[in-house]
Ligand binder design. Sequence first.
Ligand code: SF4
Length: 428
Amino acid sequence: MYCNQCEQTFRGSACVDIGVCGKDVDMQSLQETLLYGLKGMASYAHHARRLGMVNEAVNSFIEEALFATVTNVNFDMESLFELVLECGRQNLRVMEMLDEGHVRRYGAPSPVQVYEGTKVGPGILVTGHDMVDLEILLRQTEGKGINVYTHGEMLPAHMYPELRKHKHLAGHFGGAWQKQKSEFAQFTGPVVATTNCVLIPREEYKDRLFTTRVTAVPGGRRLSGEDFSEVIACARKCVPLPEKKTGESTIGFHHSVLLGVAGAILKAVQAGQVKHFYVIGGCDGAEPGRNYFTDYARHTPQESFILTLGCGKYRIRDYDYGTIHLDGVGPVPRLLDMGQCNNAYGAIQVAVGLAKALNCGVNDLPLTIVLSWFEQKAVAVLLTLLALDVKNIRIGPAAPAFISPNVFRILQDKYNLQLTNGHAGCQC
Ligand code: SF4
């Protein structure tokens, strides 16, 4: 850990123990939780702004909360903890704006089957999370004989009618971010990385890796504006892609779709056809222990739905979970892909909607939330869930390193937050 008071590093013990500045490790932990939550929230706010959605109260909170982390401003655990929770509340508003921005611009999402693999001819692969970049690229490649594919967290683009109306949005290629080095090497056309999580490219594809705006990697080609002509020229020069279908997936279970059939779901719950709901998803990663999520999903009972989002879905989707027949709707897959980590708002809306329909609180629902942790948006989402007083959440495979054992204990006592590996607190 790094002390932002005295600029010393320390591991797992209070600064006071090593006699540097006397700053308490738990305050340091809360400040860092706030900072990471703000980073995640700023990413969502940036995406929302690109969709024309801005909120002055949110911007003002970001300034105020950042100010609270400045040297010698706040040494008070209680008010820091309140700021951490407020970050979660403000993030709910940001996620709502982002959801609204996507729906306003790209239409009401609906379930759709997506071709996975490549089609013969030149192609461009788009990774990251930014739908606006994809939209602009689709317009600029229209009628040019170049296919556009989604990668990783861009898969949910296909659920929006205004994006999938472009016939050359030909399908999806690849999985979670940690596999991109081998996947980008296999994809012979240019790759456009619109946001995180992009890795430093291998030699073999770095000259055809483009990044947009804030996203940049050594060796890659950064585009600062909205002109994709360099990418299009590269696609024409690259080796064309082969016809190779690797599968098909059903996505697009946006919260509006699920809440649209809430009556049928409720009936199934009352009839005992559905006994439990799981939210399993979040950020995937490469470290050991992540098979927990795969095993967990596979052991869920047949009478349950699994809601998934984020690239954590790639851990659990290569398995046939079967369907549940809903009266008046028909067979519905047990595994429901709600979208990107940017669609986390949807899972919250479904939980709140179910609680309302069943006339109970979210914590009384037959609902288990199992979140895989990796980057800052996951922190912001966790803070939102805690601010909504959602209890019994499991996170893993390990606690974020900036959560001190004491802060983790507070979260356990207050919210029964649990780790998937069964350990408590920081293991730094
Ligand atoms: S879900 Fe998280 S880890 Fe995965 S690509 Fe999105 S931000 Fe990165």
